[in-house]
Structure formats: structure tokens, C-alpha cells
Design a protein around this ligand. Structure first.
Ligand SMILES: Cc1ncc(COP(=O)(O)O)c(C=O)c1O
Length: 503
């Protein structure tokens, strides 16, 4: 610890219990509650770090929060320790070139899009992409060409975009400049990308992969292959989600020689802060080094924990756990709809009654993220909580949520919509806030998306129709939260639409 923090050197004289900074107090309260964490970040509050490293990091945290000063390099023109750390990370994750990101995978998605496409050009993107993708489309002023996912009828989730969808899109739009895909998805669904890599390269265009949920995939043979290993040209990974770095820190990997690294560096200099956090950067360096030294062993442990949870949950009445060939089994998707508990309700009950927090809920399911920072104790706490809820008996909420609701919702969520304006035009146009109930026929100016996972129902420039309003109504009544909808002065919801444009 710095000498300035020694006892007797507290010039401010403010006691902790008087220090009413709202966010700080909320985080302290969260610490006191000490929930069992099955949400991001992957370090789960610390156990993802080797003890001595964690101790040194903790001790020097204030001192390490620095700016570009001698010996510490510069993220935007790396020629010293940042260049070296990035080169080691590239080796660790199998890439030819790696960039550290301090504005999350979101910045990496934007950089992939801005590196490969110019204003007015077309890009092929999944309808079930994360909203960072449409952000990139808006920033670059592109024309999105949508490809549509296949939906698992039993679980109601996207199981990926079939190759034929990309073939169709490229046949209809041979002038597209890049294809982007999200894989794995939030639920850990993964599939072979090699045919898509070949399709893109045969068309002379790059494949960009949003691998936000796959930073760990390269590390173990029982995990799906990483897009880096399958030859995708640009791959962005949220190191903070599944490995040990801090929230907001990610990596962008380049593979092969289709993408000039200097162009990526230029885009990142526009998209990222000129004061990138050294704490985030060093957390990336540490996370990469941890898995370079122990990656296989740590993933083995995490996979064993997942197998343990799956085995125990298989014995609990009324509980189903998603299991599909080739998926990432560290994502534990659990449904208790057959026990009368809807997904959003299950998430709340785990939190309120058992102090267990999962990452995501949808109508029917919750998703828990298992990482190498978990232990037998944490995984058993999750299973015991689910078991406890099952033993409380049937809640009989089937009147509100039926098996199959999720599939119906997902199909409606990913359905094509009428486009009146391009996303950038709609975003930059004059706008007004109107009541959602009066929005039919109006053109959306902002993404409307249930969050998490943040997959848009409506993209800017699309016409709001009655089915969209029904989907929103149903989702809200079952506990979903939406980005792009706000509470109006009378308590009803309002939405941002383009002024003076009606259908
Ligand atoms: C599929 C997907 N892509 C991109 C992102 C954005 O990642 P980040 O939060 O690191 O900016 C997320 C975040 O949840 C995501 O789920």
C-alpha cells in the first residue's frame, strides 16, 4: 500500500458509514450480501486469480491506475510492454495478432465492422445479433442484410444460423463486404464455422465473429472449437465474461492476412478512450497469463463442476437442463416450467430465497455461467437451491407460462420487419417520444431489445406493427426488461420514433 494510505494520514476525515456515494454503497451492500455468483465476470469476485498475484494486484490497485508514462507504453501505439502483452495473448489464444480492448467487446464489434465496410456498403448480420452489432452498422452507415436463426422447438432458443442462410444472403447480395456471426450464443450453442469461413473466402470477403461468450474455448478439447481455430478473420472475445479479466476488458484477435492490423489499430483509436484503463489492460494481461500457464487444467476443473451440476440436477423432479451435442457445457440452462416456475420468476426466487444469482432469465429458462473460478461449494449451492425450489412443490403458474411460450416469443423476436429507413438514417433523424400504445405504424428510432440478452426486437428504421406490440406486452407481463422503452410521465411506456414519418 502507498505511504499516503497509512494510519494517521487521512486528511479527508470521512468515515465509511458517512460516505453516502450511492453506487459505492450499493456495491458494498452487494459485498456484504456475498451472493453465490453465476453471472459475469468470470473471476467470480476474485477466486479466478492466483493468490499471490491477486494480493499484489489488490495492494497496488491505486498505484497501478496510471496513464501513459515512461515504461508503460501506449495502447494506441504499442511498442513496449503492451505490445509484448498483446503478443503473448495472441499466442495464448491461437491468433496472429491481438488487440486489448478497454471498452468491452462492443468496441471490438464496432472495430471489426468499421475495418471491413465503408459507408453505404452491405454487411450480412444475424437477426439475433447483440445490439453492439447494430451499433457498428449505425456508426459505419451500412445496409444490414439479415440472416435468420433456427429455433430449437423444445427450448425456444436460437441454435445458430444455418449455412444456407448466408448462402442465400450472398446470392441475393453479392456486393456484401463482410459476414458477421455470433457464436457461441448466450446459451452456449456452438456449431462448425469452417464451412462459413470457406463460403466467405470463396466470395473474397472476411468472416467477423462475435465470440463474446467464447474467450475460453481455445483452452480445452472438450469445449467447442474457437472461431480463431476455425480460421475466421476477426474474432472478438469478452475475456471478462468467461475468464478472469475485469468487466469491460476484451480482446480482438486477427487470423491470417486478410485484415491489415494497422487499419484495425486506427479504428480502435477512434472507438476507444485516449485514457484506456491500465487496471483493465493489466487484468487482461493477468487473465491471459493465468490460462497460458494453467488453462487446460482450469477448464478441466470447470467442466467437471458442470458435469457434477448436470448429474445432480438430472435427479431433481421437474427440472430440465439444456444439453445438445457440441455445445459449451459451462453454460447451464435450466428450466423449471414443468414445476410451474417461469424463467424470470426462477431467477428472482434463486436470488431472494437462496442468495444465488444467475446471469440470464427468459420466459422459461435461466442461464448460469460456470467458470474456472467456481468450486464444488458454489455449484452445489446452485443445485441445492434449485432442488429446494422443486421440493416446495408445484406453483401452478402454467396459466401464465406454458412450455412452448419461449419458442413462440423467440420466433416473433427474430421475425423479419419492414424497413422504412436505414439504421443510421433513423438514428440521426429528428425524433419524438410517443406512447408505446400509439406507436403502431411509426418508425423506430432506437433499438428495442429485451435485455439481457440484448437481442433487438426492432432495429432503428423498422416499422412498429401490432405483432411487435403484442410481443412487448407478453414479455413485460412475464417480467422481461427492455432497452429502448422508458416509463412516461403517466407511468405508461414510451418509445422513440422518427418524427413525421408514418407508414
Ligand atoms: C453476444 C454478445 N456480443 C457482444 C456483447 C457485448 O460485450 P461487452 O459487454 O463486452 O461489450 C455481449 C454482451 O453481453 C454479448 O452477449
Amino acid at each position: 500500500m502507498s505511504k499516503h494510505f497509512g494510519a494517521g494520514n487521512d486528511p479527508l476525515h470521512i468515515r465509511l458509514d458517512e460516505f453516502s456515494a450511492p453506487l459505492f454503497q450499493a456495491l458494498l451492500a452487494y459485498q456484504r450480501l456475498a451472493p453465490v455468483r453465476f453471472h459475469m465476470p468470470g473471476h467470480k469476485g476474485g477466486p479466478g486469480y492466483p493468490l499471490e498475484v491477486a494480493e499484489a494486484f489488490r495492494r497496488h490497485m491505486f498505484g497501478m491506475d496510471v496513464t501513459e508514462t515512461r515504461g508503460l507504453d501506449n495502447l494506441h501505439v504499442p511498442s513496449g510492454v503492451i505490445r509484448d502483452a498483446q503478443a503473448l495473448a495472441a499466442r495464448t489464444f491461437g491468433a496472429d495478432h491481438t488487440f486489448f480492448l478497454t471498452n468491452g467487446t462492443t468496441a471490438g464489434v464496432h472495430a471489426m465492422i468499421m475495418t471491413t465496410c465503408k459507408e453505404g456498403q452491405k454487411i450480412v448480420i444475424p437477426r439475433d445479433a447483440h445490439l453492439s452489432v447494430i451499433g457498428g452498422v449505425i456508426l459505419a452507415g451500412l445496409v444490414p442484410v439479415f440472416v435468420y436463426p433456427t429455433i430449437d422447438p423444445e427450448w425456444g432458443i436460437s441454435v445458430g444460423i444455418p449455412l444456407e442462410e448466408y448462402e442465400r444472403a450472398l446470392k441475393e447480395h453479392p456486393d456484401a463486404k463482410a459476414c458477421l456471426i455470433t457464436r457461441p450464443n448466450y446459451y452456449g450453442m456452438a456449431w462448425d464455422l469452417k464451412p462459413l469461413v470457406k463460403l466467405c473466402h470463396d466470395h473474397g470477403i472476411p468472416l467477423l465473429v462475435d465470440e463474446a461468450h467464447g474467450a475460453h474455448l481455445h483452452l480445452h478439447e472438450d469445449l467447442p472449437l474457437s472461431a480463431v481455430d476455425m480460421g475466421a478473420d476477426m474474432v472478438v472475445q469478452s475475456t471478462h465474461k468467461t475468464l478472469g479479466s475485469f468487466t469491460g476488458s476484451s480482446m480482438l484477435h486477427l487470423v491470417g492476412n486478410r485484415i491489415p492490423p494497422d487499419r484495425v489499430q486506427r479504428m480502435l483509436a477512434i472507438l476507444q478512450s485516449t485514457s484506456p484503463s491500465y487496471l483493465l489492460m493489466t487484468s487482461l494481461d493477468i487473465a491471459a497469463t493465468v490460462v497460458r500457464m494453467r488453462g487446460h487444467q482450469l477448464m478441466e476443473k470447470a467442466l467437471e463442476l458442470s458435469a457434477r451440476a448436470r448429474k445432480r440436477l438430472a435427479e431433481v423432479e421437474g427440472v430440465r437442463v439444456l444439453d445438445r451435442p457440441g455445445m459449451d457445457r459451462l453454460k447451464l440452462t435450466v428450466s423449471m416450467v414443468n414445476r410451474g416456475i417461469a424463467g424470470y420468476e426462477l431467477k428472482s426466487k434463486l436470488m431472494d430465497e437462496y442468495n444465488v444469482r444467475v446471469e440470464l432469465a427468459d420466459f422459461e429458462n435461466v442461464v448460469a455461467f460456470i467458470t474456472y473460478a467456481d468450486t464444488v461449494e458454489t455449484v452445489d449451492a446452485l443445485v441445492d437451491a434449485i432442488k429446494g425450489l422443486s421440493e416446495q412443490g408445484d406453483r401452478g403458474v402454467r396459466a401464465r407460462v406454458h412450455a412452448g411460450d419461449q419458442a413462440r416469443f423467440t420466433s416473433a423476436l427474430f421475425a423479419p420487419a419492414e424497413r422504412a429507413l436505414l439504421p443510421r438514417q433513423a438514428t440521426l433523424a429528428a425524433h419524438e417520444l410517443i406512447k408505446l400504445s400509439q406507436a403502431e405504424g411509426r418508425v423506430c428510432a432506437e433499438v428495442v431489445a429485451p435485455y439481457p440478452p440484448g437481442i433487438p426486437l426492432l432495429y432503428p428504421g423498422e416499422v412498429i406493427d401490432s405483432e411487435h406490440l403484442d410481443v412487448i406486452d407478453t414479455a413485460l407481463s412475464l417480467g422481461a426488461a427492455f432497452r429502448g422503452l422508458a416509463a412516461g410521465s403517466d407511468g405508461g411506456l414510451v418509445v422513440t420514433v422518427v418524427k413525421d414519418v408514418k407508414r
